[in-house]
Design a protein around this ligand. Structure first.
Ligand code: GLN
Ligand code: ZN
Length: 756
């Protein structure tokens, strides 16, 4: 039995790469210094894996920003506007990733999208009409040789041609089909160069194979690999898939001349059934993804050994592998000093997963694995009762009935009542919640966390900020105000910290994109609300103004999607528990005089299953009702808002309407406003506030620009239903630009009102 790791985290145990990159961006260190940090990290990661006894270790899984961008650069997919900046290789790369503004020019970054069903964002490569796809980079070979120089044989990993083509965007007249042949040739050249370098194994990552594939997709896949594999000689090729099963292509796959096929047994619901149905050929290695690369719980050896034993009985030559790259989990539990050893004993981050691979390898080779210490210890852990059960939570959930998911009366009736009650002007203006989190806000929070100031001092500071923020919004003339969210570091962490059932780590960072890392909370047990969370802030803010103060909450789906979920109960059950906790907060806000409550579901789209056939039953059927459960208890006059980011939700519009909110605001300014057409087609009932300007950039939108955006919106949206707001929260923006932008926003709304 051998072991394999699909990919290792790269940001560094203590986020060394993040800090070095940020210094580099500020010109505080040289290119050489940055590259040296990268080199040191790679060596550390290889040595860690080697020491753990991993047989198949990857290279080129390291990236200075993103692996899809690396692949694009490797194959010369670099838009002209970046080449024309005439920057160094490193700086051209970063210009694509982050945009460039300086003496050589002014270009925006390439778009960013979520990597399949994860919270990792990749850079979307752009192919222009005259892009010449060809092997032009050296990174995989340099890294391979770098590892070799320290005595470690690695397998270079690149994103495969099928997935690359699926994720690229054509910006000219040509379409992706026009680039198939060039891409094939480029990958052939890559493979040939691997042969020249006497590389034993190459890993092509093809996660796009776990999505629905039609006959055209299958034909493309065949076309690519029949050609690419035809130049294969001594090097062996591993076709690596992850994030699901490959049911649409499995039967073909096993007949093709791959030397290894990597399958995901964690998220691949049908992986084992496929093997049973079609078998697995003797001439190939099965890289069995049995160690969960996406979650932080320890592997249950008993279950894994059962699967491994079944594979052995079928005489399948298996390599024990992670289910996906370990990029999606933190480095190690070693740096956690606050969580007790008892809690930590349940977790396996990336490094601990290496130990699991080594343990299981030994067990698989043992004559009687049941007698092995590692096995017994693991079995004991899983037999123990975790302190995660809360009888009240279960009782309450069992009492929830169908009617608790339904808000009365119907939305159109509520609409009339709310019009009267709230007396808002036409085209009401509002913001999404957070205001600039300036240095002083962050400093106040850290001082409190470090115990340098008292709770009273901490709160007084925030209240001063709230008062300023309210005054500011009144001055500008916004209609529905917010308190500014100064008390929140992160919209999920903040709620997690105030809810029972969550655990927090200190250093368990996971890369979200580029230099940005997140520290997802861990859902340890049954979730409940211990005490009111936001009421004090909202009530205080409301006391300062005659205008309506909007209460701000994070919804259950987003809280769950941005946490590490439990594996002992279903996602559906966890979401319902969180929904009840948020429901308590909604009702408390209402009871305390808050008349508009926004429940953010920024991440609703994120965990939508990769296969359409699973959307309804495996997600929407419980995610949407969970949202309804949070607000169905309020009075008809109370207005419920929700907010969503990443506007790729054209395909789930009926489901969004079904959340039964009164108003939804969403990110729209960077999309092509195609969403508006979709809303119209579906007779979308919820009132809408498509963002009128992009908050990811410091740019101030002009009044004319906003008026123009509103005109476009009005061509598709009923004027009774249109709200005016930015794309998202203003937390990352500076104060001056925010002030100017919001003034223009209010001005634009006034102009539109005058026209009406
Ligand atoms: N209310 C949050 C804010 O304004 C929403 C953030 C988000 O959608 N990502 O920051
Ligand atoms: Zn948002």
């Amino acid at each position: 039995m051998q072991t394999s790791v699909i990919g290792f985290p790269r940001i560094g145990t203590l986020r060394e790469l993040k800090f070095a990159s940020e210094k580099y961006f500020k010109k505080e260190i040289t290119t050489e210094e940055l590259l040296q940090t990268g080199k040191t990290l790679r060596e550390t990661h290889w040595n860690t894996q080697k020491k753990a006894g991993i047989d198949y270790i990857s290279c080129n899984d390291f990236s200075y920003y993103d692996m899809l961008l690396d692949t694009a650069v490797l194959f010369n997919i670099i838009p002209k506007r970046y080449k024309e900046l005439n920057l160094s290789e490193t700086d051209t790369y970063f210009a694509m990733a982050r945009g460039y503004q300086g003496t050589s020019g002014d270009v925006k970054a390439l778009a960013m999208k979520k990597w399949f069903n994860t919270n990792y964002h990749y850079i979307v490569p752009e192919i222009e009409d005259d892009t010449e796809i060809r092997l032009s980079g050296n990174k995989p070979f340099e890294e391979y040789n770098e590892a070799k120089a320290i005595g470690i044989e690695t397998k270079p990993v690149v994103i495969g041609a099928y997935t690359l083509l699926k994720l690229c965007r054509c910006t000219g007249k040509k379409s992706l089909n026009d680039y198939e042949d060039a891409a094939i040739k480029a990958y052939q050249d890559f493979l040939k160069k691997c042969e020249e370098n006497e590389i034993a194994w190459i890993q092509f990552d093809e996660p796009a194979l776990v999505q629905d594939m039609d006959s055209k997709d299958a034909a493309l896949f065949h076309k690519i690999y029949d050609a690419v594999l035809s130049v294969k000689d001594k090097s062996q090729v591993l076709l690596q898939t992850y994030f699901g099963d490959v049911r649409d292509i499995y039967a073909d796959l096993i007949k093709m001349p791959f030397d290894g096929i990597g399958l995901d047994f964690m998220e691949g619901k049908e992986t084992y059934a496929l093997i049973e149905k079609y078998d697995f050929p003797q001439d190939k290695l099965l890289f069995a993804g049995l160690i969960n690369g996406k979650n932080i719980w320890k592997n249950h050896y008993e279950k894994t050994m059962q699967t491994l034993t079944k594979l052995q009985e079928r005489e399948i030559r298996s390599v024990l592998s992670t289910s996906c790259s370990l990029l999606h989990v933190p480095y190690t539990v070693k740096h956690e000093s606050v969580l007790s050893a008892k809690y930590l004993s349940y977790f396996a981050f990336a490094e601990e997963k290496l130990t699991e691979l080594a343990d299981l390898k030994k067990l698989a080779e043992s004559k009687d694995y049941h007698a092995e210490a590692a096995y017994q210890e693991n079995t004991k852990l899983f037999a123990e009762e975790r302190d995660c059960f809360n009888a009240d939570v279960h009782k309450r959930l069992s009492l929830v009935t169908e009617s608790d998911y339904v808000r009365e009366p119907i939305r159109s009736e509520r609409h009339k009542l709310q019009k009267n009650e709230l007396a808002l002007p036409e085209f009401p203006t509002t913001t999404i919640g957070s205001f600039p989190q300036t240095k002083d806000v962050k400093a106040n929070r850290s001082a409190y966390r470090r115990g340098e100031i008292s709770e009273k001092e901490y709160k007084e500071f925030n209240k001063r900020k709230i008062a300023e923020c309210v005054r500011w919004q009144e001055e500008i003339g916004l209609d529905v105000l917010v308190h500014g969210e100064y008390e929140r570091n992160d919209m999920v962490e903040y709620f997690g910290e105030s809810l029972g059932g969550f655990l927090f780590t200190e250093k368990a960072w996971v890369q979200s994109y580029g230099t940005r890392c997140v520290k997802p909370p861990i859902i340890w047990g049954d979730v409940y609300r211990e005490k009111p969370i936001t009421v004090e802030w909202s009530v205080y803010a409301q006391s300062l103004t005659e205008k309506i103060m909007k209460g701000m909450l994070t919804g259950p789906v987003t809280i769950l999607n941005w946490s590490f979920p439990r594996e002992d109960i279903s996602i559906k059950e966890s979401i319902s528990q969180i929904a009840l906790a948020i429901r308590d907060e909604v009702l408390d806000l209402e009871r305390n005089g808050i008349r508009i409550i926004q429940i953010d579901e920024a991440a609703l789209r994120e965990k939508l299953p990769l296969r359409k056939s699973d959307w309804q039953k495996e997600y929407l059927d419980f995610a949407i009702p969970a949202f309804r459960l949070t607000h169905s208890g309020v009075k008809p006059e109370t207005q419920i808002h929700t907010h969503m980011c990443y506007s790729e939700f054209t395909d789930i519009i009926p489901a969004i309407d079904n959340m039964d909110a009164d108003v939804i605001t969403f990110e729209a300014s960077r999309s092509d406003l195609q969403i508006l057409t979709s809303l119209k087609e579906h007779n979308f009932e919820t009132e809408v506030g498509p963002g009128v300007y992009d908050i990811h950039s410091p740019r101030v939108p002009s009044v004319e620009e906003i008026v123009a955006a509103l005109h476009t919106m009005l061509s598709k949206i009923d004027k009774e239903k249109l709200w005016v707001n930015p794309d998202c929260g203003l937390k990352t923006r500076g104060t001056p630009e925010t002030e100017k932008s919001l003034k223009n926003l209010v001005e634009a709304a006034k102009l539109i009102r005058d026209e009406a």
